[in-house]
Design a protein around this ligand. Sequence first.
Ligand code: GSH
Length: 198
Amino acid sequence: MKHYFNPMSRAITTDWMLNELDAPHEQITIDFASNENNTAEFRKINPMGKLPALVDGDTVVTEVSAICAYLADKFPEKNLAPEVGSVERAAYYRYLFFACNTIEPAFALAACGLEHPDPVSAGWGDMPRVLATIEDMTPETDWALGEQFTAADVVFGGLLDFSITFKWLEPSPKVAAYVARIRQRPAYRATHSAFDAA
Ligand SMILES: N[C@@H](CCC(=O)N[C@@H](CS)C(=O)NCC(=O)O)C(=O)O
């Protein structure tokens, strides 16, 4: 597998996922400063010109949540995804999609001081609803799905962590405690040193 990566990008999350799985891969660092993400060669992999991207043989996966879900399913013996058809699997999907469909756009807009003029039509609604849902979905103890740590924690917990670091989110005590647990994971620590130093 080839992982297209830059340490100062969202590829830090997929790097963490690869590390949680101890998945053999080739790390290909893409330099934004020299526009390597916009070469014709890279655009063939991801027409968005964005990181991360994963190439597994003939399979191309882009988008943080999709890559993490793909990897969790590729290594079922590592137990980073609940069984297909289980009650937990439904919750798992909810964490993966809530992170990228709702938290990401809501926080990205808010970070620029913008609000969507029509929160009823905007899929992510408005900030009070997003924050209330984050609070509701954040586990009091352990992980998103209970005792089993999964890709849902990498994606949802990773995004909360990123949002706190970039001051997009002022965490409640429950969110702060969950992110503190996330930050203690060896695979997180092994993959976030450059990011933390920034
Ligand atoms: N929705 C994408 C977002 C990826 C993204 O925005 N990556 C940024 C770095 S954090 C990027 O590659 N930006 C370069 C560009 O847009 O030219 C995902 O989840 O993977």
